[in-house]
Design a protein around this ligand. Structure first.
Ligand code: GRF
Length: 202
């Protein structure tokens, strides 16, 4: 299945997906890596991996969010994408894109949704004093970080954790979870199984 990745920054989750696609039996191939930020390191990484890349700079569209999204949608369709994976794509999507790609757009979020949607999840987890934190892959709907959950992985919050230490622990799980969920999403019904929840990694 042709899959496009949308990112805005570092691209470590994109790297994990690209690596997974190198496995001969993986049911996806990356047809496009698209960024709203031309200088995103993730774009350089994808280019170096020999993938098709495009930057659609939202700043060039002034305040016209719809025009930017129409350009993103056109690029996705030109590339033949059938599924879209958001991987650190730091733009809120309008109903236009979420409707166009309903049921076909996945996102990874660094918390155990529905707690801590939005930004600064690791700081907020520490402030809240939760003992378990993690990451979620979900289908994208209009509400931010609100769509149906496809998979989650949990990590412990350890004594003395900083937000950075916790983020790094979660990120390692993100890199496992996203390719695993994408594989299951592409190969079978979306009904959750025990494989969709990774056990606590002590
Ligand atoms: C990840 O923590 C992801 O969960 C969040 O943004 C971050 C992106 O990191 N949506 P990277 O660009 O994949 O390294």
């Amino acid at each position: 299945t042709p899959v496009a990745i949308l990112l805005s920054g570092r691209g470590s989750n994109a790297t994990a997906l690209i690596e997974a696609c190198k496995q001969p039996d993986f049911p996806a191939r990356i047809c496009l890596v698209l960024s709203n930020k031309p200088d995103a390191p993730g774009l350089d990484m994808a280019r170096a991996a020999g993938l098709e890349t495009v930057a659609i700079d939202h700043r060039l569209y002034k305040k016209d969010r719809d025009a930017h999204e129409r350009a993103v949608d056109a690029a996705l369709r030109d590339a033949g994408a059938e599924v879209v994976c958001l991987a650190g794509y730091m733009r809120l999507l309008t109903p236009f894109l979420t409707t166009q790609w309903a049921g076909k757009m996945l996102n990874i979020h660094p918390s155990l949704l529905p707690v801590f949607p939005g930004l600064h999840t690791h700081e907020r987890a520490l402030e809240a004093g939760v003992r378990i934190h993690g990451c979620t892959v979900h289908l994208v709907t209009e509400g931010m970080d609100e769509g149906p959950i496809l998979g989650q992985a949990a990590v412990p919050v350890l004594p003395g954790d900083t937000a950075d230490a916790l983020a790094a622990r979660v990120l390692r799980q993100e890199h496992q979870l996203y390719p695993g969920v994408l594989r299951r999403y592409l190969t079978k019904s979306q009904a959750p199984t025990s494989a969709d929840a990774a056990l606590l990694v002590a």
